[in-house]
Write a protein that binds this ligand. Structure first.
Ligand code: IPE
Ligand code: IPE
Ligand code: MG
Length: 246
């Protein structure tokens, strides 16, 4: 049984939203613009979505900005994406800080230029004590990479096979200090995970929309949250068990 819709209360707001921001290229193509114009508009969209999440009491927002597989794109697009990423770090971090937002990056940092690595570290340091919203960008990130690097860390401290359990592994994953995502959103119409948070999405509610990322806005976010609020999260239990425990 699904719950009927009722006015938003903070208890129904997902604590952690994870988003695959997809569809920038198609948005640009429809307008006969170069793909980078879609990525540029996508940055604007993200600015609005961060604000909307903070306003709605979401405590964690994690977005997929660049996958470990996106290096396979034409060199020109990769270069332009890196430039855009750098500009965004230069221009947006002060605003995030003024709004009490903590910035984090997950992914293999070593793939980026020295300049970008410095900007990332500075942004993380500047905003580390902010409490309103933790905004995490997944860049040069892959869910499988994350699991492999976690296993490597466990092995490097010499953990015995018997000591390895789900909690120990989860502790080494990139988002170990965040609650697992409650709501996953993918824009752009594809219905796949594309190597995003493989481990952490195990019990996340999935929401797919055809809206292209540059067209996504606060209203579209509310539609996703409304859908989330009608779901019954059972975590393996029966519906009856869930209803009696709440
Ligand atoms: C998502 O938009 C942004 C990145 C992957 C960097 P796309 O660039 O994948 O846009 P489409 O899917 O081609 O429309
Ligand atoms: C997933 O989008 C990665 C990001 C949005 C950063 P893609 O557009 O790269 O995914 P696929 O290739 O369609 O699965
Ligand atoms: Mg895409």
């Amino acid at each position: 049984m699904t719950r009927s819709k009722h006015p938003a209360s903070s208890a129904d707001v997902p604590k952690h939203i994870a988003i695959i921001m997809d569809g920038n290229g198609r948005w640009a193509k429809r307008r006969m613009l170069p793909r980078v114009a879609g990525h540029r508009k996508g940055v604007e969209t993200l600015r609005g979505v961060i604000r909307a999440c903070a306003d709605r009491g979401v405590s964690h927002l994690t977005v997929f900005a660049f996958s470990s597989e996106n290096w396979r794109r034409p060199q020109e697009e990769v270069t332009l994406l890196m430039e855009l990423f750098m500009r965004a770090l230069e221009n947006e971090v002060t605003r995030l800080h003024e709004n009490n937002i903590r910035f984090r990056l997950i992914g293999d940092l070593s793939g980026f230029s020295e300049r970008i690595q410095t900007l990332i570290r500075d942004a993380e340091t500047l905003t580390r004590n902010n409490t309103r919203l933790t905004f995490t960008v997944a860049a040069n990130y892959g869910g499988r990479w994350d699991i492999v690097q976690a296993v490597k860390k466990l092995m490097s401290v010499g953990l015995a096979a018997d000591d390895i359990d789900e909690a120990a592994l989860a502790q080494q994953l990139s988002l170990s200090d965040a609650p697992e995502p409650d709501l996953f959103i993918r824009t752009g119409g594809e219905k796949r995970i594309s190597n995003f948070l493989m481990w952490q999405l195990a019990y996340t509610e999935l929401y797919f929309t055809d809206t292209l990322w540059p067209d996504f806005n606060a209203k579209a976010l509310d539609a996703a949250i409304d859908s989330y609020r009608t779901r019954e999260r059972r975590f393996g239990r029966t519906s009856e068990q869930v209803q009696t425990s709440s």
